[in-house]
Design a protein. Structure first.
Ligand code: ZN
Length: 270
């Protein structure tokens, strides 16, 4: 098995659980972490013993989003071409790899599930959240950019809730996410690990090929409704919004750098 630095690859019977593992950064997704998640996903898909793949986060948060600090340090002066290439690979393509993964996937969400983290978690087939989980995509408000790169929001929330979340930049609680149908189950935080493993093991009992083609059929249902093309179309306009005058002014004013804080006073990156 490959050695990873910013994720943990855990194998429990038929379940592979991939943990974001930068707890001191609220699991902010840097390039290394995204690269490792994508490799670990390929490893889990290729391993015939693995029947179900779980995505989770160490340290009480799923992920506070993309690592903006790294972005400012390494990509602040990227040209359109360079930014396009970066976001196409690390954000759009890696997300689509997860969405189209051949095996069932479950997002195990505790604490912050924000922006880039929201996007990644919502690529999974099912979602189980702790009562402490909260969801948001505030980047219109914090960066003057049109949501994150992969606009999965209306597909998992419906247009009303998706617009409310994106237009206001406000958080959605686990209970609201459950009511909106985005989350399958909400459990007390101490029961989260076991609840996810229980669900994963139940799914793992199903014949693998039947599950694989069933997942393909459900994904195709959404793709026939235009999901993948809609996601790709949004990616293009999202890229444009990075270079709008509005976004440049926002960046120059320093507003982009203002950091939101969670209930415990921890910064929430986007
Ligand atoms: Zn972007």
């Amino acid at each position: 098995m490959t050695t990873y630095q910013d994720i943990v690859y855990e194998k429990i019977g038929p379940v592979a659980r991939l943990w974001h593992n930068r707890p001191e950064m609220r699991n902010a997704e840097n390039t290394q972490l995204l690269e490792e998640l994508n490799s670990a996903l390929a490893e889990a898909e290729a391993d015939s013993e693995v029947r179900v793949i779980v995505l989770a986060g160490k340290g009480g948060h799923f992920s506070a989003g993309h690592d903006l600090k790294e972005g400012r340090a390494l990509r602040a002066n990227f040209s359109v071409e360079e930014r396009w290439a970066y976001e196409d690979q690390y954000y759009l393509t890696y997300c689509l790899n997860l969405l189209n993964c051949h095996k069932p996937t479950i997002a195990q969400v505790d604490g912050a599930c924000i922006a880039g983290g929201f996007m990644v978690a919502n690529m999974c087939d099912l979602m189980v959240a702790s009562e402490n989980a909260f969801f948001a995509d505030p980047v219109v408000h914090t960066m003057a950019v049109s949501a994150v790169e992969v606009l999965i929001h209306p597909w998992v929330l419906g247009s009303r809730k998706a617009k409310e979340m994106l237009f206001t930049g406000q958080r959605m609680t686990a209970a609201d996410a459950l009511a909106a149908g985005m989350v399958n189950r909400v459990v007390p935080v101490v029961e989260l690990d076991d609840a996810v493993l229980g669900l994963a093991n139940q799914i793992a009992q199903a014949p693998a090929f039947a599950l694989k083609v069933l997942k393909k059929s459900i994904n195709r249902t959404y793709d026939i409704m235009g999901r993948e093309q809609a996601l790709r179309a949004h990616f293009d306009s999202h890229m444009l919004s990075h270079f709008s005058e509005e976004a440049k002014e926002f960046k120059a004013s320093g507003k982009t750098h203002s950091i939101r804080r969670d209930a415990n006073g921890h910064p929430i990156n986007v």
